[in-house]
Design a protein. Structure first.
Length: 167
Protein backbone atom coordinates (compact mmCIF):
# COMPACT_ATOMS: atom_id res chain seq x y z
CA UNK A 1 0.00 0.00 0.00
CA UNK A 2 1.12 3.51 -0.84
CA UNK A 3 0.88 6.18 1.83
CA UNK A 4 -1.00 9.12 0.34
CA UNK A 5 0.59 11.62 2.78
CA UNK A 6 4.01 11.03 1.25
CA UNK A 7 2.87 12.02 -2.21
CA UNK A 8 1.35 15.36 -1.22
CA UNK A 9 3.25 18.59 -1.61
CA UNK A 10 2.41 21.54 0.66
CA UNK A 11 2.85 23.16 4.04
CA UNK A 12 1.30 22.41 7.36
CA UNK A 13 -0.61 24.98 9.37
CA UNK A 14 2.20 25.10 11.95
CA UNK A 15 4.77 25.94 9.26
CA UNK A 16 2.57 28.71 7.88
CA UNK A 17 2.04 30.22 11.35
CA UNK A 18 5.80 30.18 11.98
CA UNK A 19 6.48 32.00 8.70
CA UNK A 20 3.84 34.64 9.45
CA UNK A 21 5.27 35.15 12.96
CA UNK A 22 8.83 35.54 11.64
CA UNK A 23 7.72 38.01 8.96
CA UNK A 24 5.78 39.99 11.60
CA UNK A 25 8.83 40.21 13.86
CA UNK A 26 11.06 41.28 10.98
CA UNK A 27 8.54 43.92 9.88
CA UNK A 28 8.31 45.34 13.40
CA UNK A 29 12.08 45.51 13.90
CA UNK A 30 12.70 46.59 10.30
CA UNK A 31 10.39 49.60 10.51
CA UNK A 32 12.20 50.87 13.61
CA UNK A 33 15.56 50.42 11.92
CA UNK A 34 14.35 52.23 8.81
CA UNK A 35 13.02 55.09 10.95
CA UNK A 36 16.38 55.43 12.72
CA UNK A 37 18.24 55.37 9.39
CA UNK A 38 15.93 58.08 8.03
CA UNK A 39 16.44 60.26 11.13
CA UNK A 40 20.20 59.82 10.93
CA UNK A 41 20.17 60.81 7.26
CA UNK A 42 18.08 63.93 7.98
CA UNK A 43 20.30 64.94 10.90
CA UNK A 44 23.52 64.43 8.94
CA UNK A 45 22.17 66.31 5.93
CA UNK A 46 20.98 69.21 8.12
CA UNK A 47 24.32 69.41 9.90
CA UNK A 48 26.17 69.57 6.58
CA UNK A 49 23.79 72.26 5.26
CA UNK A 50 24.21 74.41 8.37
CA UNK A 51 27.99 74.07 8.31
CA UNK A 52 28.10 75.04 4.64
CA UNK A 53 25.84 78.07 5.22
CA UNK A 54 27.79 79.20 8.31
CA UNK A 55 31.16 78.91 6.58
CA UNK A 56 29.94 80.76 3.50
CA UNK A 57 28.45 83.59 5.59
CA UNK A 58 31.58 83.91 7.73
CA UNK A 59 33.76 83.96 4.62
CA UNK A 60 31.76 86.81 3.06
CA UNK A 61 31.77 88.83 6.28
CA UNK A 62 35.51 88.27 6.88
CA UNK A 63 36.54 89.03 3.30
CA UNK A 64 34.65 92.32 3.23
CA UNK A 65 35.42 93.38 6.80
CA UNK A 66 39.17 93.02 6.25
CA UNK A 67 38.84 95.63 3.51
CA UNK A 68 36.97 98.04 5.79
CA UNK A 69 38.17 101.26 7.29
CA UNK A 70 38.57 101.14 11.10
CA UNK A 71 37.14 104.64 11.65
CA UNK A 72 33.91 103.80 9.81
CA UNK A 73 32.89 100.70 11.80
CA UNK A 74 29.60 100.89 13.70
CA UNK A 75 28.00 98.06 15.65
CA UNK A 76 24.36 98.50 16.65
CA UNK A 77 20.99 96.93 15.98
CA UNK A 78 18.18 97.40 13.52
CA UNK A 79 14.71 98.18 14.84
CA UNK A 80 13.21 95.27 16.81
CA UNK A 81 16.31 93.13 16.30
CA UNK A 82 18.79 91.79 18.87
CA UNK A 83 21.56 94.02 20.20
CA UNK A 84 24.89 93.96 18.32
CA UNK A 85 23.24 92.34 15.30
CA UNK A 86 24.14 95.01 12.73
CA UNK A 87 27.59 95.89 11.44
CA UNK A 88 28.10 98.96 9.24
CA UNK A 89 31.40 100.03 7.68
CA UNK A 90 32.93 101.62 4.61
CA UNK A 91 35.42 99.70 2.52
CA UNK A 92 38.60 101.32 1.28
CA UNK A 93 37.01 101.43 -2.18
CA UNK A 94 34.37 103.79 -0.75
CA UNK A 95 31.41 101.41 -0.84
CA UNK A 96 29.29 101.23 2.30
CA UNK A 97 28.48 97.73 3.60
CA UNK A 98 25.96 96.60 6.16
CA UNK A 99 25.53 93.12 7.59
CA UNK A 100 22.49 92.66 9.80
CA UNK A 101 20.00 90.17 11.18
CA UNK A 102 16.44 90.53 9.94
CA UNK A 103 14.25 87.97 11.67
CA UNK A 104 15.99 84.67 10.92
CA UNK A 105 17.93 86.02 7.93
CA UNK A 106 21.49 87.31 7.71
CA UNK A 107 21.41 90.11 5.16
CA UNK A 108 24.24 91.85 3.31
CA UNK A 109 23.51 95.35 2.01
CA UNK A 110 25.90 97.02 -0.43
CA UNK A 111 24.57 100.39 -1.55
CA UNK A 112 21.00 99.55 -2.54
CA UNK A 113 21.69 95.91 -3.39
CA UNK A 114 20.45 93.40 -0.79
CA UNK A 115 21.57 89.78 -0.56
CA UNK A 116 20.46 87.15 1.97
CA UNK A 117 23.45 85.08 3.09
CA UNK A 118 21.39 82.58 5.10
CA UNK A 119 17.83 82.32 6.33
CA UNK A 120 18.52 80.09 9.34
CA UNK A 121 19.98 82.61 11.83
CA UNK A 122 19.11 82.08 15.47
CA UNK A 123 21.76 84.40 16.93
CA UNK A 124 24.16 86.93 15.41
CA UNK A 125 26.51 89.27 17.24
CA UNK A 126 29.30 91.62 16.26
CA UNK A 127 31.45 92.86 19.15
CA UNK A 128 34.79 94.49 19.89
CA UNK A 129 36.64 91.95 22.06
CA UNK A 130 38.96 94.68 23.37
CA UNK A 131 37.89 98.25 24.03
CA UNK A 132 41.40 99.58 23.37
CA UNK A 133 41.73 97.95 19.92
CA UNK A 134 38.90 98.72 17.49
CA UNK A 135 40.68 96.96 14.63
CA UNK A 136 39.56 93.53 15.86
CA UNK A 137 35.92 92.49 15.60
CA UNK A 138 34.48 89.27 16.94
CA UNK A 139 31.76 87.65 14.83
CA UNK A 140 29.44 85.03 16.37
CA UNK A 141 26.70 83.25 14.50
CA UNK A 142 24.33 80.46 15.44
CA UNK A 143 22.22 78.80 12.79
CA UNK A 144 19.18 76.65 13.50
CA UNK A 145 17.05 74.45 11.25
CA UNK A 146 14.02 72.21 11.87
CA UNK A 147 14.70 68.50 11.39
CA UNK A 148 11.79 66.24 12.40
CA UNK A 149 8.95 65.95 14.91
CA UNK A 150 9.30 69.57 16.02
CA UNK A 151 12.99 69.18 16.83
CA UNK A 152 15.69 71.53 15.61
CA UNK A 153 19.39 71.24 14.96
CA UNK A 154 21.53 74.22 15.94
CA UNK A 155 25.10 74.97 14.93
CA UNK A 156 27.18 77.66 16.58
CA UNK A 157 30.02 78.92 14.45
CA UNK A 158 32.67 79.73 17.03
CA UNK A 159 33.41 83.39 17.50
CA UNK A 160 35.93 84.41 14.94
CA UNK A 161 38.09 87.47 15.42
CA UNK A 162 38.59 89.51 12.28
CA UNK A 163 41.34 92.09 12.02
CA UNK A 164 40.43 95.14 9.98
CA UNK A 165 43.50 96.05 7.98
CA UNK A 166 42.91 99.72 7.12
CA UNK A 167 42.96 102.83 9.32
Amino acid sequence: MVNRAQGRAGYTLTEMLMVVAIIGILATVGSRVMLQINRYFILTNTRADLQREARAAMYVINRNLRQGSIGSITIDRAASQPYYSRLTFTKITGSKMIFYQSGTSLVQLVGTKTRTLTSNVKYLAFTFPRSDDLSVISVSITLEKAIYQGRVKALHMASEKVRVMND
